[in-house]
Design a protein around this ligand. Structure first.
Ligand code: SAM
Length: 363
């Protein structure tokens, strides 16, 4: 049926494991991911995705039909799901007959997906690490090349909903926000040690926070007397500066900015895009779902740079072939979720899917 830096490899589904990596979420907390929690993209507008319609306890993956169709998942295809999360998209690929390598930075997410997708046996394998480093996965080291690579960016509701992970201003927990052991710093380190200028820059750039300067002044004054330790400390400090207006929590933008900084999300995305031509077969598909304008702009610019046939410049006598051409774009612009999908699953509203195909003839 066809449907419309170093990590850790695992074979097929193992039930044995909801583990914590050494030095990461160690004994101080026990993280429990309930299978009854829906998953979410990067949109933390103060709304839990629980309300957004997980079905049968599982996430409804964003634009699943479109993703499956453009991916060309079917018998014999081998697909890298670079952001496995709860395995919603992977499940669709596997149901269509494809084999999947599921990659995630988060060992807890991998353990959950291995249990969920155990029924597909050897067609489903996993690798733990940043997708930008996925060339270290055994299959890729052995020379295999994929028919598709999916990046569905952001965090999952499993991550958001676990107070112990420190992603959410709605749940008090340690100010952590690491997606996994490959994330190099905690949010507490960023908030308590980065300079006021650096903090202002990330709040403006990653969070598009108009009150960045005022928030950072309050953070700096607070941390001088008492370093931030919990999500409630930080959310409370921001709320005192910005006040509460409307449905969106005043800490939404700042938390998003911190999460992106803690996990080097934009650099990881840029590196994963650069890696894509090396892990795909000629004709292989690259699909990227973004939830944030900065991410989408990065993807759009990358694809434009690598898909233009000819380059031109007023100082040149004639246009020249683009030496960086790698991809064809079967879809101009971004695919967006239907009104029906947004109604059923409001978190899909800011999603944009971009699709590219690795050219058959590589330079
Ligand atoms: C939005 S969720 C994916 C949901 C998934 N598509 C599904 O249908 O269940 C994003 C997941 O990607 C992971 N992730 C984000 N950036 C990553 C990166 N650079 N490398 C590996 N995993 C990443 C997060 O830990 C999270 O589990």
């Amino acid at each position: 049926m066809r449907c419309g830096a170093q990590g850790t490899a695992r074979g097929t589904a193992s039930d044995a494991d909801t583990r914590s990596a050494p030095g990461w979420l160690s004994e101080r907390v026990s993280v429990s991911f309930s299978a009854s929690v829906a998953e979410c993209g990067a949109d933390e507008a103060g709304e839990s995705c629980d309300a957004d319609g997980g079905v049968g306890g599982y996430h409804v993956p964003v634009m699943a039909d479109e993703v499956c169709g453009w991916m060309g998942a079917g018998e014999g295809a081998w697909i890298i799901d670079g952001t496995l999360g709860g395995g919603g998209h992977s499940e669709r690929f596997l149901e269509a007959g494809a084999s999947v390598l599921g990659v995630d930075r988060d060992p807890e997410a991998l353990a959950h997906a291995r249990r969920r997708l155990a029924r597909f046996g050897g067609r489903f394998t996993t690798w733990e690490g940043n997708v930008a480093d996925a060339e270290h996965a055994p299959q890729l080291r052995a020379g295999m090349r994929a028919d598709g690579l999916l990046l569905d960016l952001g965090v999952s509701t499993r991550q958001l909903d676990s107070a112990a992970r420190g992603f959410s201003f709605l749940r008090d927990g340690p100010l952590d926000m690491r997606m996994g052991p490959s994330s190099r710093r905690t949010a507490a380190e960023v908030v308590n040690t980065w300079s006021a200028d650096e903090l202002t820059r990330i709040l403006r750039e990653y969070g598009e926070e108009p009150a960045a300067r005022r928030i950072v002044s309050a953070i700096v004054a607070h941390r001088e007397s008492r370093p931030f330790a919990t999500t409630a400390d930080l959310a409370g400090c921001i709320e005192r500066v910005v006040g509460r207006r409307g449905r969106v929590h005043p800490a939404t933008r700042a938390f998003q900015a911190l999460r992106m900084a803690v996990n080097d999300e934009l650099d990881s995305l840029a590196a994963a895009l650069e890696m894509a031509p090396r892990v795909l077969k000629p004709g292989g598909r690259l699909l990227v779902i973004t939830f944030h304008s900065l991410e989408d702009r990065l993807v759009k610019r990358f694809l434009r740079r690598h898909s233009q046939a000819m380059l031109d410049d007023p100082s040149w006598p004639a246009p020249r072939p683009n030496p960086e051409r790698r991809f064809d774009l079967p879809v101009r612009g971004a695919v967006k979720p239907s009104a029906e999908e947004i109604r059923a699953n409001p978190r899909a509203r800011s999603a944009k899917l971009r699709v590219a195909r690795l050219s058959e003839c590589q330079p």
